[in-house]
Design a protein around this ligand. Sequence first.
Ligand SMILES: *[C@@H]1O[C@H](CO)[C@@H](O)[C@H](O)[C@H]1NC(C)=O
Ligand SMILES: *[C@@H]1O[C@H](CO)[C@@H](O)[C@H](O)[C@H]1NC(C)=O
Length: 511
Amino acid sequence: MTCHTRTLTCFFLCCFLSTLAPLATSKTALRAPPSPGYGSRVITASLEEEEYASFRAENPEWTFNHLAVDYRNGNVYLGAVNRIYKLSPGLEVQVSHETGPDEDNRKCYPPRIVQPCGEPLTLTNNVNKMLLMDYRENRLLACGSLYQGICKLLRLDDLFKLGEPFHKKEHYLSGVNESGSVFGVIVSYGNASPDMLFVATAVDGKPEYFPTISSRKLARNSEEDGMFAYVFHDEFVASMIKIPSDTFTVIPDFDIYYIYGFASGSFVYFLTLQPEMGGGPTAGSSSAGREQVYTSKIVRLCKADTAFNSYVEVPVGCVSGNVEYRLLEAAYLSKAGANLARSLDVAPDDDVLFAVFSKGQKRRPRQESQESALCVFSLRNINERIKDRLQSCYKGEGTLDLAWLKVKDIPCSSALLTIDDDFCGLDMNAPLGVSEMVRGKPLFSDASDKMTSVVAYVYKNHSLVFVGTKSGRVKKVSCGIAAARRGGNAAPPLHLPTVGDVIGAGRNEAS
Ligand SMILES: *[C@@H]1O[C@H](CO)[C@@H](O)[C@H](O)[C@H]1NC(C)=O
Ligand SMILES: *[C@@H]1O[C@H](CO)[C@@H](O)[C@H](O)[C@H]1NC(C)=O
């Protein structure tokens, strides 16, 4: 396959890159910044050639965490520390909505707005952790870090607060105050029933309070009592997965970081980065000096599965030129397009997943490697691998193999049944882990400037991928363009409004 790369030296911070593709493709996928803890202070939009509008918050400490663009009119919603903004397509402020700071303490559970709290309260910032467009109800779902992670429902027109449920356990998503820790996917079942919200979150050592992944009722009435209630919950079964507290005895700072999520066909998927559990009881003094190894995984659930028996997770990664890239930085769902489809052996309309990984399996904040690779996965291929494993497990082969869920060594049980593409699990052999890694097809790798974000769309049969780098550059990678057509009119101009950080290396400034 041929891929061409062009670097645009426009110094953009790339946290928000993926929010732009909805404008190009009229799709509604939105995503979080790829890494927690890095905020941008300025966003810019290129209006016409060489002309930019920009927006800065009135307080430089209110860094920007998430961005959502209404594909119907180009309005921009910005989730920042302590504020939610609505901006015009030209980035003029239309409304701002205050979310903080307020007196709080992360140890107050339940939060002090529900029950008096004995912990010392301090003025605490409200970091925006999730910003989702709810097109059906014309509202914005904005979840923050204050009060154990409660959410507001704001009217798209004027950010009027339609609801803010906070009096029940399920209203607290998690107390983490890092902006890239939560990912949500809204799933529709047609007009007859209300939508559902799949929420996946880091739990910051509190697995007893917060499920790492769950499905919630997204009531049409923003003030309804059952807003965010678990889709199903009885004494034994619930639409959630909790990390067992035993897992934290083995790895005290265990957590699952959710990098991306989307719905496709009858499934919901999340892409995660999680510490590897290692091969046995290695806890204790010796583990302290050892470097933690991480694995990237794709998690799949059936949209309609209220008991979460369909949970399957599969390691994903990429190998290019004998180098393993296994630390997921960012991902984006797109269509294959005719040209890429041919080399992946899928249909042009099939979903493909573009993913950026950095080298190895160890995260070293200090001497971090700059080496990264852009890879593509066919979702059909991932689904086939999951089906194969479900079929072999239901023949009694192997174990459930999910170390962090404490079901690693439980043998699969055999049962006589037909497992087709849409199988959603039974209360046996679930949840299931697949041990063998699914490898993406490498498209492009770079050793000097780490890629940290990605978006893609199809233009005249070509897949166009834009990656953002750590130093604030945008690279355009066009795949499947025949060499003869290179240049000329084969590469379309960049018509997207671009959003980024005019300061440039925003991420470096943060450290
Ligand atoms: C998040 O919480 C930690 C510890 O409580 C604090 O040091 C940090 O400043 C907080 N981050 C933000 C963005 O408020
Ligand atoms: C896209 O691919 C299809 C099928 O291969 C072909 O019929 C069509 O002409 C192509 N369109 C363009 C703009 O190249």
